[in-house]
Structure formats: structure tokens, C-alpha cells
Design a binder for this molecule. Structure first.
Ligand code: NAD
Length: 513
């Protein structure tokens, strides 16, 4: 794996990186792949190919589902105590290997190592939640619902569950899914993003090292061919998807048409409203980290700052001043605060949005296209566009790069209207010192996750994550209590036992009555 230090990277700048062949993982065993199709994996900081990924065909997906199905009958009967012990062992292994996972994230995604370590920590929260499965799977019981009749319910696993994940959190998003699914007694087939698959493969290997039986978690690599087979496969009971809105819609429509339970989380355009009474330094610090952190490739990134009234000029000045100090460079250099974008094509697409914004009349306060970078990495500077209006493509589209748009409005109500008319509803934030305004925003914000003086309100692992409108399809949010509900189905027992005192049953021993 390309996990060398920054110094080593620089020294070896001209040496070709070794290309690692990344296998599928089926029934606990690595599989080289037999489709004949492969896809290159790059280090975005150098632009060099570092890996080669097999792209599964339908038969290979079928093999992974068959392995998961074979494991299910035994796994669902494993005691809660044993499942809990395994989950704790897994949690400890992931924590012990956090730095190694983070290095893989940086090497293939490009995010800076501190971000990558943060990603692993947020993933671990979900394993820790899954460790509490004895609490989560407690049923309910009503005595004497009717005379001599008791009613109780339990939650049963679904069977084989599939997870399809995006490139931007290659370890955390899989961890949103499979620990809870498996804790509930399901078996799992994971299809990671082909752009940065190594971290997902590594955390799956650790899962088996922790002692989970082969077949409980399987990994198939691939593209739409593998995804579409999972969506149609008769033995896949449920699909968890995280990615862009068009693909989320396709996944939702196809998998539900095949009778599956689906949660499909899509894209976003998150707004941060700044009221005139806000602490401008706090708002500007938050905007810079939330807009440009991880090169803006976060579904909870702030991409629109809505400046209300007099806040606009000081806010734009404060953001610009901070942008000038941002250090952009390879993620494994401790001095870097922002890394490259995921691919050269994506970098060019983001740069083109800056051109479109400028041509449409936005004021380019800082132009990321002017930043110069040595080498062939997929770097782009940070951009601040002011005086953006809702008709511009830079406002309408999810850019998913280091571009922050400022929309100026006169009142709080205009700000809330913008959110209401935006097709997405993942996150929204407000910056203010006024508790009443903040409380009103909590009510008004048309989004699934709301931050009050918090720019990226990603819920902790024991709540659940989910947007509204085009940011999510399906009834359940992901992870936490909603995750447990998604991965289980209720079974309700209604029982009547003849009353021994009525002597309808001879117990063969005296009763108390
Ligand atoms: P993507 O939609 O391109 O890919 C996601 C997954 O779908 C990948 O595994 C990919 O291989 C697969 N896929 C891609 N095209 C497909 C097709 N035509 N048919 C079937 N499967 C297909 O997303 P991405 O570029 O990897 O990730 C970025 C997107 O994910 C952004 O839109 C971002 O907002 C979103 N995202 C959302 C959340 C959330 O929680 N709402 C979290 C992270 C990322």
C-alpha cells in the first residue's frame, strides 16, 4: 500500500508506485476476480496509478450473495453474547489500526491525514453503537392483553443485506452500515466505491480477524454492473445506499421494484445562514472548515453561505482572509490543511463551475483556478463566489468541490425561503447569538440535520443520519436507532396458555391456586 510518509513520497517522486491488485472478499477468502474487467486506482496527490481493482460481473455478485446466504442460517442463531464479544473485538482492532486505515484513506482519497483519522473515529462510533446490540434488540411484552393472553414482539434479521458506498468517506460510510446490520443478525455484501476501495477492503479483513465467520461480511468491487445485480438479486432483502442523487433515485426505484427494503441517501447543497448578530469570526472559521475541508467533497459540506443584511461584507472579508492562509498540499504532509480532488476529471468539472459562476455574474472573490501546484496531482485552489443568485448553476448544482457561494439576502425569512425552495435537504446551519432566532430556525429549516452555530451537524452514532427531499429516498435514516429498525423486521407473538387452576391441563404437580 502507498502509505509512505510525506518525506519518503517526495524523495521517491520519480519512482513509479507499485500497483497493488485489490481482491474481492467472498466467504472470508480473497478472490482475484474473473470478469476480465479492471479499473485503475490513483493516488490523487501524485496522479499516479497505485492500484488495480477487479470489476465484478453478475456471476461474481451471485457468488458473494450465495456466501452471505450460506452464512445467514448459522449467524442469525449465534447468541447475543457471542455477537457482542465479536463486535467489541472488532472495535478494538479498528482502533488499533486507525492510523493504517487513515493512511489508506489519504493515499487513495487524498484527504489530509487529520481528516482521515477523524473519519475513522466517526466510523468507530458506529461499531460502538453496534456493541450495544443486547439493548437494541430487546423486544416488548404486554401481560394480560386479554384474559390469559400475553403479547410480545421481537425484531428479527432480514437475511442478506447489500451496502453500496461513495468515494468520499470510504471507511466511515461502510461502517454506518455493516456493524449494525451484522449485529442484528444479518449477513452483508458491501460494494465500495471503485475510486478508493482499499480502506473498505482493509476494514473487512479486520472484521474477519476479529473472529466473525467467513461469509458474514463479503466485499465485491465494481461499478453499475455489480450494483444493478445486487438491486435485482432475489436473495438480497435490503439495500443501503449512499451516493449522488441520480444514482440514489435509480437504486431506490430499481430495488423497491424488486421488493426490497431500501434506504438511499443522495447529494446535498447545504446552506449556512449568518444573521447580522452572529459572531463573525466563529462563522468565518466554520465556513472555511466546512466548505473547504476534505476539498469540499463532503455531503455535509457547506456550499452556500446565506448572508443576512449587514453580515455580508464582514463575513466575506473574514472568509477571504482565512482562505489566503489555507495550506493546500498532499494529505500525508502534516502542514497540509486541504488535499487534492478525487480525479482529474472531477477537478476540471469543479473548475468549470467557477467559470460558469463568473460568466453568470457572480463576483469571484478568490479564484481557485489561479492557484499553481507542482506535479500531476489533482489539486485545485479554493474559490469564493459572492453575489450568487439562485438561478446560477453554481447555486443549483451540487459542485462537490472547494467552492463556496455567498448569497446575500435582506431578511431571515428570505434565507428560510431559499432553503425551502432548494431541492436538497441534507444539512442546514444558522449562526446567531439570538436564542429565539436559533430556536425558530430549528423549526423552519427544511433539512434533516440542523446545526445551531455548528456548521456540519453530523449526528453522533447513537442518533441517526438522514436528509430530506432529494437528499434521501426511503423511509429510514441510516445508522443509530433507525439503522437497527431498517435492518430488522418485527415479529409479534400473541399467546394464550390454559389456566392451570381451571384444571384444563393436568401439570402432574400441585399449583399454588
Ligand atoms: P456516486 O453516486 O457516483 O457513486 C456511489 C456508488 O454508486 C458507488 O459505489 C458507485 O460505484 C455506484 N454507482 C455509480 N454510478 C452508478 C450507476 N449508474 N448505477 C449503479 N451504481 C452506480 O457518488 P460518489 O461520486 O461516489 O460520491 C459523491 C456523492 O455522494 C455526492 O453526491 C455526495 O453528496 C453523496 N454523498 C451523500 C451522503 C449522504 O449521507 N447523503 C454521504 C456521502 C456522500
Amino acid at each position: 500500500m502507498p502509505s509512505a510518509s510525506a518525506a519518503t513520497n517526495r524523495a521517491a517522486a520519480d519512482a513509479p508506485d507499485p500497483v497493488e491488485r485489490i481482491p474481492h472478499l467472498v466467504g472470508g477468502e480473497p478472490r482475484a476476480g474473473s470478469s476480465g474487467r479492471t479499473s485503475p486506482v490513483f493516488n490523487p496527490a501524485t496522479g499516479r496509478q497505485t492500484g488495480e481493482l477487479p470489476m465484478a460481473n453478475a456471476d461474481e455478485v451471485d457468488e458473494a450473495v450465495a456466501a452471505a446466504l450460506a452464512a445467514f442460517d448459522e449467524w442469525r442463531c449465534v447468541s447475543v453474547a457471542r455477537r457482542t464479544k465479536l463486535m467489541f473485538a472488532y472495535r478494538n482492532l479498528v482502533v488499533e489500526n486507525a492510523e493504517e486505515i487513515a493512511k489508506r484513506l489519504t493515499a487513495e482519497h487524498g484527504k489530509v491525514l487529520a481528516d482521515a483519522i477523524g473519519e475513522v473515529a466517526r466510523g468507530v462510533e458506529n461499531i460502538e453503537y453496534a456493541c450495544g446490540l443486547s439493548e437494541h434488540l430487546k423486544g416488548t411484552y404486554n401481560e394480560q392483553a386479554s384474559s390469559g393472553v400475553d403479547v410480545y414482539s421481537v425484531r428479527r434479521p432480514l437475511g442478506v443485506v447489500a451496502g453500496i458506498t461513495p468515494f468520499n468517506f470510504p471507511a466511515m460510510v461502510p461502517l454506518w452500515m455493516f456493524p449494525n446490520a451484522v449485529a442484528c443478525g444479518n449477513t452483508f455484501v458491501l460494494k465500495p466505491s471503485p475510486r478508493d476501495p482499499s480502506a473498505a477492503s482493509f476494514i473487512a479483513e479486520l472484521f474477519h480477524e476479529a473472529g466473525f465467520p467467513g461469509g458474514v461480511l463479503n466485499v465485491v468491487h465494481g461499478d453499475h454492473v455489480a450494483v444493478n445485480r445486487l438491486l435485482e438479486h432475489p436473495e438480497v432483502q435490503a439495500v443501503s445506499f449512499v451516493g449522488s442523487t441520480p444514482v440514489a433515485r435509480h437504486v431506490y426505484e430499481t430495488a423497491t421494484a424488486h421488493g426490497k427494503r431500501v434506504q438511499a441517501l443522495g447529494g446535498a447543497k447545504n446552506h449556512m445562514v449568518v444573521l447580522p448578530d452572529a459572531d463573525i469570526d466563529l462563522a468565518a472559521d466554520s465556513a472555511v472548515s466546512a466548505a473547504y475541508g476534505s476539498a469540499g467533497e463532503r455531503c455535509m459540506a457547506i456550499s452556500v453561505a446565506v448572508a443576512v443584511g449587514d453580515s455580508a461584507d464582514p463575513l466575506v472579508d473574514a472568509i477571504r482572509a482565512r482562505m489566503e492562509k489555507l495550506r493546500i498540499g498532499p494529505g500525508d504532509d502534516p502542514a497540509s490543511e486541504m488535499g487534492p480532488l478525487i480525479t482529474a476529471e472531477h477537478r476540471d468539472r469543479v473548475a468549470d463551475y467557477v467559470r460558469q459562476g463568473a460568466e453568470a455574474g457572480a463576483r469571484v472573490v478568490v479564484d481557485g483556478r489561479k492557484a499553481h501546484f507542482e506535479g500531476d496531482g489533482f489539486f485545485l485552489g479554493v474559490t469564493l463566489l459572492d453575489e450568487v443568485t439562485p438561478d446560477m448553476t453554481v447555486y443549483r448544482d451540487e459542485i462537490f468541490g472547494p467552492v463556496l457561494c455567498v448569497v446575500r439576502v435582506g431578511t431571515y425569512h428570505e434565507a428560510v425561503d431559499l432553503l425551502r425552495h432548494n431541492p436538497w435537504g441534507n444539512g442546514a446551519a444558522i449562526f446567531t447569538r439570538d436564542g429565539g432566532a436559533a430556536r425558530q430556525f430549528q423549526e423552519d429549516a427544511d433539512a434533516g440535520m440542523v446545526g445551531l452555530n455548528v456548521p456540519i451537524p453530523v449526528p453522533v452514532g447513537y442518533h441517526s443520519f438522514g436528509g430530506w427531499k432529494e437528499s434521501a429516498f426511503g423511509a429510514h435514516a441510516i445508522y443509530g436507532p433507525e439503522g437497527v429498525h431498517f435492518y430488522t423486521k418485527p415479529k409479534v407473538m400473541t399467546t394464550r396458555w390454559p389456566d392451570p387452576a381451571g384444571s384444563r391441563v393436568d401439570l402432574g404437580f400441585p399449583t399454588n391456586r
